[in-house]
Design a protein around this ligand. Sequence first.
Ligand SMILES: [Cu+2]
Length: 378
Amino acid sequence: MRANGDKGISRRKLLGGAALAAPAVAGIALARGGDSALAEPAAAGAHPGHAGHGEFPHATFAAGRHVDHERNGFHPTKLLRDFDYGRTSRLASGRVLREWEIVAQDREIEVAPGVRYEAWTYNGRVPGPTLRAREGELLRIRFVNGSEHPHTMHFHGIHSALMDGMPGIGENRGGGQIEPGEAFTYEFDATPFGLHLYHCHVAPLAAHIARGLYGAFVIDPKQGRPEADELVMVMNGFDTNFDRANEVYAVNSVGFHFVDEPIAVPREELVRIYLVNALEYDPLNSFHLHGNFFDYFPTGTSLQPSEFTDTVIQGQGQRGILELRFPYDGDYMFHAHVSEFAELGWSGFFRVGDPGEVSAATAASMYCELPWGKGSPA
Ligand SMILES: [Cu+2]
C-alpha cells in the first residue's frame, strides 16, 4: 500500500540486515519468504541465533523469543477485554457524570522480541485505555501531561471547539496545547453512540500519533447491545528507525502476539470486536478473517450492519464493530489482507472451543502439529 516504492525497498533492506547498526531494529530477523527482498541476507549472520528459519515458508520474527510484557506494563491479550469505565456520580439533574484521569508518559516498550521503541503513552500503555461510556452521559477527562513533550487529547465525537484538543484553540482558557507539567480537563457529552477514538493532535501529527498516543473510545447506545464476548483490537504499527515507514505491524502493539497466544473465544456465542485503525504512515489497513464471516457496523453508529463479509478496509482513524459466531472448534487466522503488514507482525489466531473452557494455554497441543510449529504465521 505504499505510495513511495523507494521507502518500501529501503525498509526491506533494513529488515534484511543492511542497517542492523540501528539498535532499534537489531532484534528483527526475517525468515526467508517468496519475496526476494525479504529473502535477502536473513540477518547476514549478525544473529546466529536466528539462523535456520529459512525452511519455513513465511516471514516471522525470531521463534522462541518473547516480548517481556511485564516490563512493558501491559499485555496485548489483557488489553482485548480491558474496558475503562472511569468513575461515575450523579449530577443534581440525575444525569450520570463519568470521569477519568489520563496521564501522558514517555516509556520504552518492546514491540517485537528484542525490538524496543521509545513510545509516548496515555497511562503507560499503547494503545491507551479503552474509555467506555453510555450515550447521553456527561464525560470529564482530566489530562495531565507527564511527558517531556507537549500533547493533547483530541476526541472524535460531537463537542465544542474548546474541548477538541487542538493546539491554538482555547489557549487563553487553559486548553489548546498542553505543555509538559500542565493539565486540562476536557468535558463533553457522550454522543453519538459508536466506536470512536482519541489521540494527540500536536504537530508533527503523524509522529505524535505514531509514538503511541491513541486509544479506543466506546459510547454504548442507551439501550445497550446484545451480550457478547467483547474484544478491543487496535491495529497499529511502529516506525522503529524513524524514517516515516513502519517496521513492525500489530494488533494491540506486539507483532505476532496473537500467533504466539491465540485469542480464546467460545464456540457459537456472540463475539463482538471493536476494531480501530490507528496506523500512521500507511494510508490503509485491513482485517481479514479465515473460515468465517461477520456483520460489520461502520463506526458503530447504527444498530444495523451494513455488510456481511470476511474482510474490511479501514483508512487512518477509521473504525468499526464486527459481530460473529464461530460454529466450529479450531484455530482461525486473522490478519491484514495487506500481506506485507501480515508478514511484519499483523497476524494472529482465534482459538475456538467449548465456552468456559477454551484458553490459549490449552491449545498448544492443537497448534503444534502445524509443520512450522508455534510462533509463525500461516
Ligand atoms: Cu503529542
